[in-house]
Design a binder for this molecule. Structure first.
Ligand code: GLA
Length: 374
């Protein structure tokens, strides 16, 4: 196919660059090609990362992040229960390291996530009085967004507030404060983080037409009530079979037409069976493991590598077509071994959802994504 000459050269070059012991102290030595340079004219490309990826000098994960990406998102360390486990108790160590790493490497640093019903500290779940919850929410947002004012470039202010039919999820925030919790959260975030920081609403299955329309209605109501919302994070937890490119495209167009920047956040593509027709990323769901459900425990067959590469090529073709609307594409995880999809919705499976394998080597899907930018 048309990529052949480039792929041949690319494999040689990539096998060198992925294995090269580039030191974190020498980011200027970042070789081409890399995702961030290939897509530099189109959108930012990034990854969700964990402390282990930036703690140890010389780690392969750290080198890969520095070489490939120009934006980072913290996988877990800024979630409420981790950064603010008790009232007035904050754990800044890992978040500080994360932000510093992003700054040191001139990356667009995303904060994730200020207000989310999941991975929420127990003390918040016990509050039943609206005013007390408002005060606690403000204390959290002031402290966290305020600490990184001018250093974090954008925040996922509210995560996953909607049901699939576009109605408001009965989260603890909604039950206690009503829909106003959303507007309040965005206003508090703007005040604490400042006017330069972008503010997003982030959710899964944002391609689903009912949820999409509900999201736009909700975001427009919030804007009418004085909240600044810069963009929508469409969590891109996909499978090799769905959602369809058309469906995703219609949603990208709808958010952009409504005046919201679009971010493709949390991109991964599961290759494992999903017989419960489970959609999205409701992390409270878990199911039984079995050989049938874990068909590739040792390695991903070539035929499946091709299916995955085809899917990624289709996705990035779509993203490129709408690059004028899409600001950022962020993978959820650094390599296949790191992905949450090895443990969800069934524990202890072997999944292959990213562009980079367990040995930090590029997969055929990486080649295909790079090939689009020749
Ligand atoms: C959701 C959240 C993320 C992460 C993923 C799965 O999509 O937004 O923070 O928890 O689920 O790991």
């Amino acid at each position: 196919m048309h990529l052949l000459p480039r792929v041949t050269l690319g494999i040689l070059c990539l096998s060198l660059t992925f294995c090269a012991p580039s030191t974190p102290d020498a980011p200027d030595a970042v070789p081409d090609p890399a995702l961030k340079t290939a897509y530099a004219e189109d959108f930012l490309v990034g990854s969700a990362i964990a402390p282990k990826h930036i703690d140890t000098i010389g780690m392969r994960g750290k080198n890969l992040i520095m070489r490939e990406y120009n934006t980072i998102t913290p996988e877990n360390i800024m979630k409420w229960e981790e950064i603010n486990p008790e009232p007035e108790v904050f754990d800044w160590t890992e978040p500080d390291n994360f932000v510093q790493f992003g700054e040191d490497n001139d990356m667009f640093v995303v904060g994730h996530a200020l207000v989310w019903h999941s991975q929420l500290s127990a003390y918040m779940q016990e509050i039943t009085d609206p005013e007390l919850m408002r005060t606690a929410m403000k204390a959290h947002i002031d402290a966290v967004a305020g600490r990184y004012k001018g250093r974090i470039d954008a925040w996922d202010v509210v995560n996953e507030a909607l049901n699939e039919d576009g109605t408001m999820r009965e989260s603890v925030f909604f039950k206690v404060m009503g829909e106003d919790f959303m507007t309040e959260a965005f206003k508090m975030a703007e005040e604490a983080a400042g006017p330069e920081t972008e503010l997003y609403y982030n959710d899964y299955n944002m391609w689903n037409a009912d949820k999409r329309d509900g999201a736009i209605r909700m975001l427009n109501r919030m804007r009418a009530n004085g909240a600044r919302i810069d963009g929508v994070g469409m969590q891109a937890h996909y499978s090799i079979v769905g959602p369809s490119i058309d469906t995703i495209e219609q949603a990208i167009a709808a958010y952009a037409a409504a005046g919201y920047q679009v971010m493709m956040t949390e991109l991964d593509v599961t290759v494992l069976p999903n017989p419960w027709d489970l959609e999205g990323a409701e992390i409270s769901q878990n199911f039984e493991n079995s050989p049938f459900m874990n068909p590739f425990p040792e390695s991903l067959p070539d035929s499946m590598q091709t299916v995955l590469a085809d899917r990624y090529e289709d996705l990035f073709e779509l993203y490129l077509k709408h690059a004028d609307k899409i600001k950022r594409v962020t993978f959820w995880g650094v390599n296949d071994g790191h992905s949450w999809l090895n443990g969800w919705p069934i524990t202890d499976r072997t999944n292959y959802p990213l562009l980079v394998d367990r040995e930090y080597a590029p997969k055929p899907a990486y080649e295909r994504v790079m090939g689009l930018r020749d």
